[in-house]
Design a protein around this ligand. Structure first.
Ligand code: GLP
Length: 239
């Protein structure tokens, strides 16, 4: 657990884990996340790429999750978010960027295919995570199986409410998602979880000091050999 003084310091610490890896191993497979927390980290990666300190030309990415029912052009889709927040601004080949297909005609087989694609890429080298206030990672809500794989998950009301801020009042907000499972996440060689702000303090406490339990999906990271939790002082307040 790394506790830093500000959200900006958290973003830069997290970004430098990725930058160091890519400087040593330009052909890497990165697991990426959405939400507001990784935005500053992505900004640091964009700046490093534009300063030619790091290249994404040989990088493959897999995102954690996507809303089921939104296609990639939808402004609230996580594919759109990734294009806007990262991919459009770096030298990555977008053909090598993968987000679960929210508009798949057969979501169940799409989940299996997503798992196979990750495997065929050689597995994820570093997986970035945020955390929900209820301890979810990706869209693995409380009660998710700790060995679960990529699958369709129903969002909890708490998560729907937390994410309502991204949708207009009269806009369709999906209640279903496709998400990598907790087992999928645990298969990554390294995990980097970022959390900032007092609203995450309870979830961070349950993740780090609580019992390992499906009631806090992020607590499964206690089993991981190489997981770093990078948080600001507010998110660390209950440790
Ligand atoms: C969504 C995403 C998660 C993310 C969480 C927290 O539910 N599926 O991957 O960690 O939001 O988002 P934020 O960083 O905006 O608090």
């Amino acid at each position: 657990v790394v506790i830093l003084e500000s959200p900006q310091a958290v973003a830069e610490y997290g970004a430098h884990i990725f930058i160091r890896r890519l400087q040593k191993q330009p052909r890497s497979v990165l697991g990426l996340a959405t939400g507001s927390t990784p935005v500053a980290l992505y900004q640091t990666l964009i700046e490093a790429n534009q300063a030619q300190a790091v290249s994404f030309q040989q990088v493959t990415t897999y995102n954690l999750d996507e809303y089921l029912g939104l296609d990639g052009d939808h402004p609230q889709s996580y594919r759109h978010f990734m294009n806007e927040q990262l991919f459009n601004h770096i030298d990555i080949d977008k053909n090598n960027t993968f987000v679960p297909p929210g508009s798949a005609s057969n979501p169940v087989s799409a989940c299996d295919e997503y798992e196979q694609m990750i495997e065929q890429s050689g597995g994820i080298d570093i997986q970035l995570l945020g955390i929900g206030r209820n301890g979810h990672i990706g869209f693995n809500e409380p009660s998710s199986g700790l060995r679960s794989r990529t699958r369709v998950k129903t969002l909890t009301q708490a998560t729907i409410d937390d994410n309502a801020r991204f949708f207009a009042a009269d806009e369709f907000q999906p209640h279903l998602s496709i998400t990598m499972g907790i087992g999928t996440i645990l298969d990554s060689a390294q995990v980097v979880l970022l959390a900032t702000g007092s609203s995450k303090a309870d979830a961070v406490f349950a993740t780090v000091e609580g019992p390992m339990s499906a009631s806090c999906p992020a607590s499964a990271l206690q089993m991981h050999q190489n997981a770093v939790i990078v948080i600001d002082e507010e998110a660390a307040a209950k440790l």
